[in-house]
Design a protein around this ligand. Structure first.
Ligand code: SF4
Length: 367
């Protein structure tokens, strides 16, 4: 634990905070893209230690939260089929579809399993040739390489009873969509360090120039976040719309070339719908023609499932940073982690769940 402790060193944190206070001369609003960063910020109270003039806006980088309702309903429809073993990471099991979730389908008798890796699902397929084994492949550029490698392995080993329900999304088009919104208040971004450890930093300079925003690649521990915020404020104060890397111990500028090559082989870019946000052009991946036979959506013919979000849930505005979770009327009342209405309250990385877990119920009552 010594390594992690070092990145939470209170003395170093105080020094970074002092520097942030010293360089800040006016109000700034910056968005942390990743839900993991949001949780870390709230868990460590970083937002409360910053100058009052710095606002942290929580971004859409929670994979569970942005997976569209439609895709959850497709997962439910596939999981209920006889002969199907449906595999997923645990955090997807309680995400509500239109009225149900994977856990309730499992308790009604469907073979739904929690796995720790897509390769576990592939092994299940190999060991059970009479079953159709489906893995729920969601997430950003971080989870996609393992899913790509699993499909590649399935093809190489000829495991035809495996398929992937794909809902992968990409960060750079989401940044563009946020900046294009007329209600956007974001002046800078803390880019998600783990995404950049896969993809590198080359996609960000054009965005920084086009939208005139600094983008700082940032990690997840308290000192990582404070250093990312410090570098962001320095760039903002100087009026520099540049990309900086505040997480060099994990992020080489070129990313992970082997992972990028695998992604390019197995996936192709496509338009994707983001839950609560809507369709963003060229913002996700689907299986490339060579691997299309492993596409669960086509194999189980669920492409035409259509759904509607519950009207009361404002998770789309939360995900775009337009409101804070406690500004939703249902927060902490009809909607709690025990009884979630939207994915941002279910997911371990969701902003609503973070506000509920770390302190914001009181704040909601006061406001
Ligand atoms: S508090 Fe619940 S209902 Fe409100 S936006 Fe968050 S998830 Fe949706």
């Amino acid at each position: 634990m010594k390594y992690l402790d070092e990145f939470g060193d209170p003395e170093l944190a105080r020094r970074l905070l002092d520097e942030i206070h010293a360089v800040t001369t006016r109000p700034w609003a910056m968005m942390e893209i990743c839900g993991g960063q949001t949780h870390s910020i709230l868990r460590h109270g970083i937002d409360q230690l910053l100058p009052e003039s710095i606002e942290l806006i929580h971004g859409p980088g929670c994979p569970v939260c942005v997976t569209p309702l439609e895709t959850i309903d497709k997962a439910l429809a596939i999981a209920e089929r006889p002969g199907v073993t449906f595999c997923s990471f645990g955090d997807m099991l309680r995400v509500p579809g239109s009225g149900r979730d994977l856990l309730s389908v499992k308790s009604a008798g469907a073979d739904v399993r929690v796995v720790y890796s897509p390769l576990d699902a592939l092994n299940l397929a190999r060991e059970n040739p009479d079953r159709q084994v489906v893995f729920f492949g969601i997430g950003f550029e971080t989870t996609a390489p393992a899913n790509a490698m699993t499909v590649h392995q399935a093809e190489r080993l000829g495991i035809g009873n495996f398929s992937l329900l794909v809902s992968h999304v990409l960060v750079p088009p989401a940044i563009a969509a946020i900046m294009e919104s007329p209600r956007c208040r974001v002046q800078a971004f803390l880019a998600a360090g783990h995404v950049c450890s896969v993809m590198g930093t080359s996609e960000y300079p054009p965005l920084a120039q086009r939208y005139r925003v600094p983008i700082v690649v940032t990690g997840f521990e308290p000192l990582d976040l404070l250093e990312g915020i410090r570098q962001t404020v320095v760039l903002l104060e100087a009026g520099r719309h540049e990309v900086a890397n505040a997480y060099p111990r994990a992020v080489p500028d070129a990313g992970n070339p082997a992972a990028i090559a695998m992604l390019g082989d197995v996936f192709e870019v496509t338009d994707r719908t983001w839950r609560g946000i809507g369709r963003i052009p060229r913002s996700g991946w689907r299986l490339s023609p060579r691997y299309r036979e492993f596409d669960a959506e086509e194999r189980f013919a669920v492409s035409d499932v259509r759904t509607r979000e519950p009207a009361v849930c404002r998770s789309g505005e939360v995900l775009q940073g337009l409101i804070k979770p406690h500004e939703c009327a249902a927060f902490g009342k009809q909607c709690t982690p025990r009884d979630p209405l939207g994915a941002t309250m279910v997911s371990a990385e969701g902003a609503c769940a973070a506000y509920f877990a770390y302190r914001r119920l009181d704040l909601a009552r006061r406001s």
